[in-house]
Ligand binder design. Structure first.
Ligand code: LMR
Length: 331
């Protein structure tokens, strides 16, 4: 009798597994960067962990490199449910109506990765996630890319070098203000359009992380790279809220665990990936590096200081104060 029961349970569970295997929950994860970047590798790690731990009940399909959608469209696609998961740079939430995230774009706001972690892993990170909910979006995690460098076809050492240059930015009003404060003429462009815009002279330069620059071959069309670390690019991993909340609870719990571990992984490799990309750019011999002296960097800091006041009403003075307090607490 016991043997019969055991056999029936085994048959039933094999049956259930095969039904799941035939009809897995599909998570389409769309993003705009290459696979071989901090975000690309974070997405791959999440896919591996999610599929392994749900034993095939979930399938994660990754669409990198703007294959499915560009910056703005991917957010619309998520809200419509055409894709289920994204990891946009937090500099891209303004057009969605969550402009507080642009506080992350304030130049020199994060003096270190430690301060950044205190912000993303503490109450500030959670309160920003809460702002996404009314847009039908749920925030799951924050992933790093890293600190930005500036590129152009002329050396950028001091603010007067920026005069009149057309520089590509992400769709953030704070980045717009930053570029204007430096004397440049900012142009919002989707990430997928950057290389061509530089090649054809639509823009003269840009800011980005080394891993994004190298994997998009931007260094091939930019003669100079200034090691400025003047700002940060990071991601919010987000899902369509209705989809996420509608998933069987046991599966959701497993996926939350997979996301937690993928986040640890993504944030542990980001610095090394950007350091490696810098080495690769240097080795290409196409781009000359510029290291700023303290006096030169101080000129950048002075030039962008007004951005804090000008953008306070947009991102919230209270939020800026909270972030700065985390900076002071970290010291
Ligand atoms: C950019 O548009 O420059 C970045 O946000 C791309 C990315 O996702 O890292």
């Amino acid at each position: 009798m016991i043997k019969l029961l055991t056999t029936s349970v085994l048959v039933l569970s094999a049956l259930v597994n095969s039904v799941w295997a035939q009809n897995p929950i599909i998570i389409k994860f769309s993003h705009v960067v290459a696979n071989d970047t901090p975000k690309g590798n974070g997405a791959i790690k999440f896919k591996e962990l999610a599929e392994e731990r749900t034993k095939g009940r979930v399938k994660v399909e990754i669409y990198p490199n703007s294959q499915l959608y560009k910056d703005k469209e991917e957010l619309e696609a998520l809200q419509l449910g055409a894709v289920q998961m994204l990891a946009p740079s937090v500099s891209k939430f303004g057009p969605l109506g969550v402009k507080e995230y642009e506080a992350f774009d304030l130049p020199f706001i994060f003096p270190s990765t430690e301060v950044l972690r205190r912000v993303t892993e503490g109450p500030i990170g959670l309160s920003l996630f809460a702002k996404l909910e009314s847009k039908g979006i749920k925030g799951l995690a924050y992933w790093d890319n890293g600190f930005k460098v500036m590129t152009a076809n002329k050396p950028l050492r001091v603010p007067s070098d920026f005069k009149g240059l057309k520089l590509r930015i992400q769709s953030s009003k704070v980045l717009d203000a930053q570029m204007r404060a430096l004397g440049a003429n900012p142009q919002v462009l989707a990430f997928s359009e950057v290389y061509q815009a530089m090649q054809t002279g639509v823009v003269d330069g840009s800011e980005n992380t080394p891993s994004n620059i190298y994997t998009q071959k931007v260094h091939e069309v930019q003669k100079y790279l200034t090691l400025s670390d003047h700002g940060y690019i990071g991601y919010a991993v987000i899902v369509n809220k209705k989809f996420w909340d509608g998933m069987p609870a046991d599966i959701r719990t497993i996926l939350e665990g997979a996301m937690k571990d993928a986040t640890k992984y993504a944030n542990s490799i980001s610095k090394a990936e950007n350091d490696r990309a810098l080495e690769q750019i240097k080795a290409s011999g196409k781009t000359q590096f510029i290291t700023l002296t303290k006096a030169e960097k101080d000129q950048w800091r002075d030039a962008v200081q007004p951005v804090y006041k000008d953008m306070a009403s947009r991102v919230g003075q209270e939020l800026i104060d909270q972030i700065e307090k985390e900076g002071a607490n970290a010291k």
